[in-house]
Design a protein around this ligand. Structure first.
Ligand code: NAD
Length: 335
């Protein structure tokens, strides 16, 4: 890889921190920008402490972002920072529109000023909406269902407009559902592990038949790195694992790994507008960037369970803070 100055936004989040750890393992010293919202935690980067440069900053803060860019002069940006949880976007969409759309615009404008060579935007499979059959290719229409997905789709469109209007050197990556160590326990897998470890009921929306494609976070960040190396500016790449399961099957797999009974599963009222199924055709990234996932769902879940049980105090601490974040009792979170 040509010598790059790499700037990562959202590097204290779940996937961003895995990407920072990967770069550091490759002896790269990235610059990390993160606001440290409720979802951000520098503790995820403890094992690479001192091996990256950190700026605590809101990506919507135009003046600060431009100042950092002018000084650091990044050549490559990988943009993870976002409000990322669908349920929270249903309760209040504002922070999603601000960070996910406006924040992306601020970053692109700052990047243009320093003549960036590559801007990788981490989008999501949720921009396509759901489908009962088949898979989404990169040119499938964007039909987002939740305010979260709509904010991500809006950012994708804004980026495409910058590509066409200014020749902005961007790439969009759309990963499927990630799982693995250090994910905030508002998300299904860490929440289910926490509940199962305490022999508490595990909430599942509706009948648990919604389907997702599960990608181990280490495979995801390896995929992103393959796009950094071989991806072409102006392109979109889907990043999926082909590991498709109903939510109920997934939770049953977790319970089996943990030796807990299936009777812990409790069905709760469905999420409004809940997408039934996402599934990506990821042949383009496999063909053009030479990436393929290495961790099967079964192995990934075992590694994930082990990691949360080894770091149970982290999981419990985060979970304790959830009650303060989710105060609307008319909504069925199951926390
Ligand atoms: N988790 C998934 O399954 C998944 C799947 C597909 C795509 N994605 C996308 O990948 C990216 C990372 O997801 P994640 O699961 O790691 O999210 P996360 O919520 O764990 O982390 C988001 C990070 O962004 C930071 N952040 C939020 N608002 C900010 C702001 N205004 N300024 C600066 N930093 C800010 C947070 O502090 C946090 O560290 C997101 O863009 C998300 O949309 C996630």
């Amino acid at each position: 890889m040509v010598k790059q100055t790499i700037l990562i936004t959202g590097g204290a989040g779940f996937i961003g921190s895995a990407f920072v750890r990967l770069l550091v393992r490759k002896n790269i010293r990235p610059i990390v920008l993160d606001k440290i919202t409720y979802a951000g935690d520098l503790g995820r980067l403890d094992q690479v402490k001192g091996r990256f440069t950190f700026h605590k900053v809101d990506i919507c803060d135009k003046k600060k972002v431009k100042g950092i860019f002018k000084k650091a002069r990044p050549t490559l940006i990988v943009h993870f920072a976002a409000e990322s949880h669908v349920d929270r976007s249903i309760i209040d969409a504002q922070a999603f529109l601000r960070t996910n759309i406006e924040g992306t615009q601020v970053l692109m404008d700052a990047a243009r000023q320093v003549g960036i060579k590559k801007f990788l935007h981490i989008s999501t499979d949720e921009v396509y909406g759901d489908t009962r059959r088949g898979s989404f290719i990169e040119d499938s229409p964007l039909r987002p269902s939740s305010p979260y997905a709509a904010s991500k789709a809006a950012a994708d469109l804004l980026i495409k407009s910058y590509m066409r209007t200014y020749g902005f050197p961007a790439i969009i990556i759309r990963p499927s559902n990630n799982y693995g160590p250090w994910q905030y326990p508002e998300k299904l897998i860490p929440l289910a592990i926490l509940k199962a470890s305490r022999r508490e009921e595990i909430p599942l929306y509706a009948d648990g038949k919604n389907m997702r494609e599960w990608l181990y976070v280490e495979d995801c960040v390896e995929g992103i790195l393959s796009v950094v190396k071989r991806g072409k500016n102006g392109q979109v790449y889907n990043l999926g694992s082909n590991e498709e399961r109903q939510n109920i099957e997934l939770v049953r797999m977790l319970l089996e790994i943990m030796g807990r009974p299936k009777t812990l599963i409790k069905f709760v009222k469905d999420r409004p507008g809940h997408d039934t199924r996402y599934y990506l055709d990821s042949s383009k990234v496999r063909r053009d960037c030479g990436w393929q996932p290495k961790i099967t769902l079964k192995t990934g879940l075992k590694l994930t369970v082990r990691s949360y049980l080894e770091n149970k105090s982290w999981l419990l601490n985060k979970h304790r803070r959830i009650a303060a974040l989710y105060t609307d009792r008319s909504y069925n979170y199951g926390f």
